[in-house]
Design a protein around this ligand. Structure first.
Ligand SMILES: Cc1cc2nc3c(=O)[nH]c(=O)nc-3n(C[C@H](O)[C@H](O)[C@H](O)COP(=O)(O)O)c2cc1C
Length: 180
């Protein structure tokens, strides 16, 4: 295959669930914001609201509410027994959109992940937190995040310096076919 900075970042990206405490630099943050902003969207409607949360106290509060909602012993989410949903990442990105724009949010999420990878950062995409942010009673968080009403959490992304090197996850070999 062809190697360049972009293809190498795409191939090298893998989910990281342990992060160093050190915050990412403001330059990195600006780069990730730009990567989010430049994501394509259907008819360029730009339907997503994105929040980069770097407030550790706020993230911990979200973690407590999340666990109180889904249960402290719920094994449904990866490493939920040891990690908060944001895996102790110093930066957690939340992408919101209206109901029919999940695709746009997903595309933006991958833009952020690849840009982060290119800067030596680790990421973990987090779908499970929707249980908290889309819960009617817990929408207080959405107010604090200045999310317009009717917007729903679509996906989140943990971002930080990686503090683990997990084995690469396998992929199916028979799902991609070239028809000529
Ligand atoms: C839509 C989506 C939702 C995900 N939600 C979670 C999640 O809630 N918690 C988590 O720890 N990982 C989550 N992941 C990460 C996946 O588990 C991970 O991407 C997958 O196991 C493949 O591993 P890799 O990214 O290292 O290749 C999610 C990934 C995607 C694409």
């Amino acid at each position: 295959m062809i190697h360049n900075a972009v293809t190498d970042a795409i191939i090298a990206r893998q989910t990281i669930r342990d992060y160093k405490r050190e915050q990412i630099t403001d330059e990195m943050l600006e780069t990730l914001k730009e990567a989010a902003k430049r994501a394509p969207s259907g008819r360029n409607m730009q339907p997503c609201h994105v929040r980069f949360v770097q407030n550790a106290e706020m993230l911990h509060g979200m973690h407590l509410d999340f666990k109180n909602l889904v249960g402290w012993d719920t094994p449904a989410y990866t490493r939920a027994d040891t990690n908060p949903f944001y895996h102790n990442a110093p930066t957690f990105v939340l992408i919101y959109a209206e109901n029919d724009s999940a695709m746009d949010a997903g595309i933006m999420a991958e833009n952020i992940c690849i840009a982060a990878e290119g800067m030596g950062l680790g990421t973990c995409i987090v779908g499970s937190a929707g249980a908290l942010f889309n819960d009617e009673e817990k929408k207080k968080w959405n107010e604090q995040l200045h999310i317009p009403r009717h917007f729903r959490y679509q996906i989140g992304i943990c971002v930080g310096y990686p503090d683990e090197q997990p084995p690469r996850k396998p992929r199916f070999d028979d799902r991609i076919e070239v028809i000529r």
